[in-house]
Design a protein around this ligand. Structure first.
Ligand code: PEP
Ligand code: MN
Length: 337
């Protein structure tokens, strides 16, 4: 349920509302807009069903939320949420770019990539240290050594780190090195891991599952938020369809859907979304036009020898051209790059 306070409600009115909800052991979530305060209420369904708040002074109305997800819902929090990743803000006017190799392979590879992408404006270095590969015989990542390299190189170039966590038991380890914890598509509904991430202080980037509906994705984010971690970022990375020309079908309508249903920011990953190098630029432009807050793009200094996802990795040079092209699109939708 949400309790909408009237524009002339006093502080005391709000306090009384909160006190009443607290007494009933309900959790509240305040969203203070310019002229109205909204109180989101979660907890025991039966208690909420019988709750009468309209009679209280300062309450304009109450709205029952039928969706299962609440904290991620825009009804609970009408204004856009901006997530501050140690100074890099995701969800505001500036489009944030995360770039780097699919997998961390070596210090040289990472350094060369970071130097190139940072000089074109990327602020967050991506790279997998634990790789969820389809085949057990493919490169599985460097593990902790990869995390160390990410931190070292990101610090060298003044960047932040986003990297994937594939197992709940690695949480402390990954937290030690990363600025954003990435939940991969294959783990979107790993509920035990989502619960553990709910207790983390680090922002979480939640990739959409390979065949997840928008509602399942929102509910996965609700797991993290209901555990107390409010810094959740969505990432659209394509879904499985009957199409085989592309690796996945990048669902850009998800950007508009998430913006309508949630206050949380959304990143688009055209690299995994298409699997094809030639499609990264057009899909990045379309993502920004559709309202994406950030992009995640795979870049490798020598894609032809990459240990994973070489086919979809841009060279530093093509990444530079892309960043130049994106400037105009960002401007056209009232944003900066
Ligand atoms: C990745 O970003 O490295 C990755 C494995 O992506 P996804 O989980 O979307 O397949
Ligand atoms: Mn990849």
């Amino acid at each position: 349920m949400i309790v909408v306070m009237s524009p002339n409600a006093t502080k005391k009115n709000l306090e009384n509302v909160l006190k009443k909800l607290e007494k009933l052991n309900l959790r509240t979530h305040l969203s203070e807009g310019e002229d109205r305060t909204i109180v989101g209420v979660i907890g025991d369904k039966k208690i909420i069903a019988n709750l009468e708040m309209e009679m209280m002074a300062g309450v304009e109305k109450t709205v029952r939320i039928t969706e299962k997800y609440k904290l991620v819902s825009r009804d609970f929090h009408p204004l856009d949420t901006i997530i501050d990743v140690d100074g890099v803000k995701i969800g505001g006017e500036k489009i944030v770019v995360m770039a780097g190799p699919c997998a961390v392979e070596s210090l040289e590879q990472l350094r060369e990539t970071a130097q190139a992408v940072k000089s074109c404006g990327a602020e967050i270095l991506r790279g997998g240290a634990f790789k969820p590969r389809t085949s057990p015989y493919d490169f599985q990542g460097l593990g902790e050594e990869g995390l160390k390299l990410l931190r070292k190189v990101a610090d060298e170039f003044g960047m932040k780190v986003v990297t994937e966590i594939v197992d709940r038991s690695d949480l402390e380890l990954v937290e030690n090195y990363a600025d954003i914890l990435q939940v991969g598509a294959r783990n979107m509904q790993n509920f035990q891991m989502l619960k553990a991430l709910g207790e983390s202080k680090k922002p979480v980037m939640l990739k959409r599952g390979l065949s997840a509906t928008i509602s399942e994705w929102l509910n996965a984010a609700e797991y993290i938020m209901s555990g107390g971690n409010e810094n959740v970022i969505f990432c659209e990375r394509g879904i499985r369809t009957y199409e085989t020309f592309t690796r996945n079908t990048l669902d850009l309508s998800a950007v508009a859907a998430i913006k309508e249903l949630s206050h949380l920011p959304i990143v688009v990953d055209p690299s995994h979304g298409t699997g094809r190098r030639t499609m990264i630029a057009p899909m990045s432009k379309a993502a920004i036009a559709a309202g994406a807050d950030a992009l995640m793009i795979e870049v490798h200094p020598h894609p032809e020898v990459a240990l994973s996802d070489g086919n979809q990795s841009l060279t530093p040079e093509s990444f530079k051209n892309l960043m130049n092209d994106l400037n105009g699109i960002a401007k056209a939708v009232g944003k900066t790059l």
